[in-house]
Design a protein around this ligand. Structure first.
Ligand code: ASP
Length: 242
């Protein structure tokens, strides 16, 4: 998957990792961007949420904060796998043709996202990713931006995957929450609206859950790795459309 070890590499061969988490009941959120040595960026995002008054911490400051919280750091080479290195080499060779669009979907959309509802109907969302292969160093995607790739409130929780610039441009995660709130739209209709009517074909997908436990997993790519589990014993995993 495109997070932690095995994450997509930037054009200099470095894994620059983004992660965010949000608690819908309190609207507390934490995120990190451009971290290169923190073994579990999502744990660091959670510590930003729980231990600071900030929401998003970038780069070297985030790494120092990881030390202060006692989280494990590793050399950047720990994240780099031969498969990702080859994808980067292939992407750089394919330029100036659009490298990003020459990748197989499995290379592009292996973001790790989670949305959850507890037994009281409280919601949360989290997203962790290496971003896009061959991205410019310092590029920030949608995942760590609250309201773009990650969002949760009392009504709905959303985690997105795909071409981050598109999700940022259209404010997708917060936009879904607004449609649910202001139009009283069901979560699947609000989520499908963004994936199929606002974004372009092949831009990506998302997972969402509402306070009643209804789930939506729309995507416009040929596939999206996804799974659903609940306390009634429901277990479902899928990759393709059906
Ligand atoms: N959305 C992520 C980004 O643009 C890529 C991904 O889906 O992993 O950074």
């Amino acid at each position: 998957f495109n997070a932690g070890r095995g994450a997509a590499l930037n054009r200099e061969g470095i894994a620059e990792l983004d992660a965010a988490i949000m608690d819908g009941a309190t609207l507390r959120a934490g995120a990190v961007t451009g971290v290169t040595t923190v073994r579990n960026p999502i744990r660091l995002a959670r510590r930003v949420m729980s231990d600071t008054r900030h929401i998003l911490i970038a780069g070297p400051g985030a790494e120092r904060f990881a030390d202060a919280t006692g989280l494990e750091r590793v050399d950047n080479s720990w994240f780099v796998t031969p498969r990702r290195r080859k994808m980067l080499d292939d992407a750089l060779l394919a330029e100036p043709r659009a490298a990003i669009h020459s990748e197989a979907f499995s290379a592009r959309f292996g973001t790790v996202g989670a949305v959850a509802r507890d037994t009281s109907g409280r919601l949360a969302a989290a997203t962790s990713t290496g971003g896009l292969t061959a991205k410019l160093p310092g590029r920030v995607g949608d995942a760590p931006l609250i309201g773009a790739g990650t969002y949760a409130d009392a009504r709905v929780a959303i985690s997105c995957t795909g071409t981050g610039e598109q999700f940022i441009r259209h404010g997708v995660a917060r936009g879904i929450a607004s449609r649910v709130e202001l139009l009283d739209e069901p979560v699947d209709a609000a989520a499908s609206h963004f994936i199929h009517s606002v974004l372009n074909p092949d831009d990506g997908g998302l997972i969402a859950i509402d306070a009643a436990g209804r789930v939506a997993t729309p995507f416009s790519t040929i596939g999206m790795y996804r799974g659903i589990a609940d306390s009634t014993g429901r277990r479902h995993v899928a990759i393709w459309k059906d």
